[in-house]
Design a binder for this molecule. Structure first.
Ligand code: HEC
Length: 111
């Protein structure tokens, strides 16, 4: 395979990877997060206590998948989060994921 062809394949692959990501808007996600999610996950996803996972700095695609799986109710089941995800649109999930992912992940949390 020639180098040019390899880089073309790589470039197309990367473009595909970018296109496959839902385009989440972190600013919109922040508004939604502060209204609903902050009570348990903290305003910046730092978590309000040991019972709630930290969302800050986790990869956006991971967070988005988790929300979709809660909403689907098959691959991930949790009574609280299934209720939370039920009312979220795909865009909401992408925005929330973009917001929490953009927050700094601390190694330690002081509750
Ligand atoms: C009433 C408390 C509560 C609220 C409000 C809440 N969550 Fe959660 N969330 C939880 C708990 C508890 C878990 C752990 C569930 C489990 O074990 O799967 C969780 C898990 C998650 C996870 C999976 C994290 C991981 O590391 O796998 C995501 C993503 C998430 N929540 C996003 C949100 C978003 C976005 C909102 C706002 C729309 C929200 N949560 C609102 C309690 C809450």
């Amino acid at each position: 395979m020639s180098r040019t062809f390899s880089s073309l394949v790589l470039t197309l692959g990367l473009l595909g990877a970018v296109a496959a990501q839902a385009s989440g808007n972190a600013a919109k996600g922040e508004e939604k997060a502060k209204a609903v999610c902050a009570a348990c996950h903290g305003a910046h996803g730092e978590s309000a206590g040991p019972d709630f996972p930290k969302l800050a700095g986790q990869p956006a695609d991971y967070l988005e998948h988790a929300l979709k799986h809660y909403k689907g109710g098959v691959r991930r089941k949790n009574a609280i989060m299934m209720g939370m995800a039920a009312g979220l649109s795909e865009q909401d999930m992408a925005d929330l994921a973009a917001y929490f992912s953009s927050q700094e992940a601390g190694l330690y949390t002081k509750y």
